[in-house]
Ligand binder design. Sequence first.
Ligand code: Q46
Ligand code: ZN
Length: 304
Amino acid sequence: MKCRRCKAPAVIEIRRHNAAFCPPCFEHHCMEQVRKAIEQFKMIDTAERILVAVSGGKDSLALWDMLLDMGYDADGLYLGLGIGDYSSESARYTRAFADRRGAKLVEVDIPAEFGFDIPTAAEVTRRVPCSACGLSKRHLFNKAALDGGYDVVATGHNLDDEAAVLFGNVLRWQTEYLGRQLPVLPAAHGFPRKVKPLVRLAERETAAWCVLRGIDYQVEECPNAEGNKHLGYKAALNEIEDASPGSKHAFYFGFLDKASGHFTPESEAEKETLRPCTGCGAPTTGEELCAFCKLVARVAKAGA
Ligand code: Q46
Ligand code: ZN
């Protein structure tokens, strides 16, 4: 197997591109895919300040690494979720990366700052941990970006993530989610712009990026991800991709190109009813407190 660009021995094959690459040309390929996504969807202007949401996993560290290499002004944001060893290990990988790159890392520790951890929030609300976790992440990413004067929040969602979420949303025709499943959500109503520059890269590619660049990352999945529906959707899509390389890309980009526009009006209508939260000022559809402030109050009341 030879590298498509330089004919040196290849180390990775990417079937959906009908290509194989040697290490330097693979790095070039990854950077090109990210550059293309940024340009195609007008994600980031060169002078803007980016806050990269980093979890210590391969995708977010690869994204931060690439944005820094491209010369962007990109700081990291790490949220301490208080999920036992998983969280402490993830923080360790994130800090080590920031140190190595001499990059600025903003840290928000939910247990220290808000008095609860995700497992406790799940117990009190009697819902799956991912529900309290997801709402806390959304809220605190927005808040950290606004507090720090960042123009844009970048997350490490890759092609596999987006295709799996799309698959789940289409399977149940969750039209309100379909309207929001875009690689760029423009800044509006007090929310910063959100971008997903890795949508053109598969998970295997971000993992290979980290290995080739010597980036240590959290390999373990969050213990709460087990049994998660998205893992099942990913496995189903992987089978389809194996049999027919390029299917995930065609599914996701075909949706963006041909279908997503049909669902946007619904989410636009939803945004019209936002008001500032009486607790923290964040935009909310509720009458008084936003979902995050409600969660904080609920956990405090339970004395957890
Ligand atoms: S949402 Fe759920 Fe993740 Fe939070 S509780 Fe773990 S699995 S970390 S992406
Ligand atoms: Zn609030």
